[in-house]
Design a protein around this ligand. Structure first.
Ligand code: FAD
Ligand code: A2P
Length: 271
């Protein structure tokens, strides 16, 4: 069934309808898509919005989604899981270019540069679709104005699940706006945990063992120079927080910038 919302031209009926411009499937569980951007939407890279479809009862069925595109992009990009029985994504995964979604243009979130103190290095720590906010921040020139080194650690079970991030990072060097900024300043450290690849292991283990610092030729994390943003499952976020606190970093917020910030990539079963 095509997802053309009723009366798409009647903006007064559906002020939050946006049109899908492109869809790409990465695995049987992951896809990304782009939509038109509401002219009035301003957001800070790293923030999320509510998006969705009309439910069978005619009411909007909305979920939180990190905006994966940078704030200068004319369109909006999202990177999504496909939950087989998920109320939204069991349908959203079939969306096609030309169809419409609902997008509430009220961006919020903690993964913003303003919530961190200045420093030398900024670490992005993500599992699974938790890379989405960093797909935005990695493309924001402000990230490179503020930090000399940016390190993207992304961990998934398999290599195929890393592809979205891998291709994005690879494309940045040819990007006319930020290609020069990322050269030599963005380090990418993808790992898998259930399939053999060049770098293996959980982010928590690679930080506590010091392996990632040795591999990248960097000093161990410390409060003076390092800042971090975290986005993954509740269990991942919980465990990474303990690791970061062990390095002396403290959790910050918009109202009180400190050394690290955390956002849920999704809310787990039963929580
Ligand atoms: P739901 O009923 O929402 O979820 C069913 C179950 O599926 C959950 O209990 C959980 O076990 C699992 N699940 C849900 N989302 C994920 C996920 N992303 N990865 C792994 N397992 C998951 N999802 C995205 O795909 N991309 C995003 O950028 C994104 N950003 C989010 C930002 C925030 C702040 C929050 C709170 C959630 C975000 N989510 C994101 C999750 C999203 O809101 C929905 O949960 C997801 O789209 C599934 O919706 P659903 O209705 O199909 O299933
Ligand atoms: P692992 O394979 O060792 O569980 P999931 O698909 O379950 O959301 O996990 C995504 C990735 O995050 C996997 O590579 C998984 O590693 C890793 N992961 C899951 N939970 C944690 C945690 N508590 N701490 C560190 N890494 C985690």
């Amino acid at each position: 069934m095509p997802h053309r919302l009723p009366n798409p031209t009647l903006k007064s009926d559906l002020p939050d309808a946006e049109t899908v411009t492109a869809v790409r499937h990465w695995t049987d569980k992951l896809f990304s898509f782009r939509v038109t951007r509401p002219k009035s939407l301003r957001f800070r890279s790293g923030e999320f919005v509510m998006i969705g479809l009309l439910g069978d009862n005619g009411k909007p069925l909305l979920r939180a989604y990190s905006i994966a595109s940078p704030n200068w992009d004319e369109e909006l990009e999202f990177y999504s899981i496909k939950v087989p029985d998920g109320p939204l994504t069991s349908r959203l995964q079939h969306i096609q270019a030309g169809e419409q979604i609902i997008l509430r243009p009220k961006p919020v979130g903690t993964l913003v540069l303003d919530a961190l103190l200045p420093g030398k290095r900024l670490w992005f720590l993500a599992t699974g679709t938790g890379i989405a906010p960093f797909a935005s921040l990695m493309r924001d020139p402000d990230t490179y104005y503020r930090y000399d080194q940016v390190i993207m650690m992304h961990t998934c079970r398999t290599k195929a699940e890393l592809d979205y991030g891998r291709q994005l990072v690879a494309s940045l060097k040819d990007d006319p706006l930020i290609g020069e900024m990322v050269a030599g300043h963005l380090r990418y450290y993808p790992t898998t945990t259930r399939e053999t690849s060049d770098h293996m292991g959980r982010i928590t283990d690679n930080l506590t063992s010091g392996k990632v610092f040795a591999d990248l030729g960097l000093p161990a994390m410390g409060r003076a120079d390092d800042r971090a943003m975290v986005c993954g499952s509740l269990a991942f976020n919980h465990d990474v927080k303990a690791v970061l606190e062990g390095f002396g970093l403290r959790e910050g917020a918009n109202s009180e910038p400190l050394e690290y910030v955390v956002e849920k990539a999704f809310v787990g079963d039963g929580i």
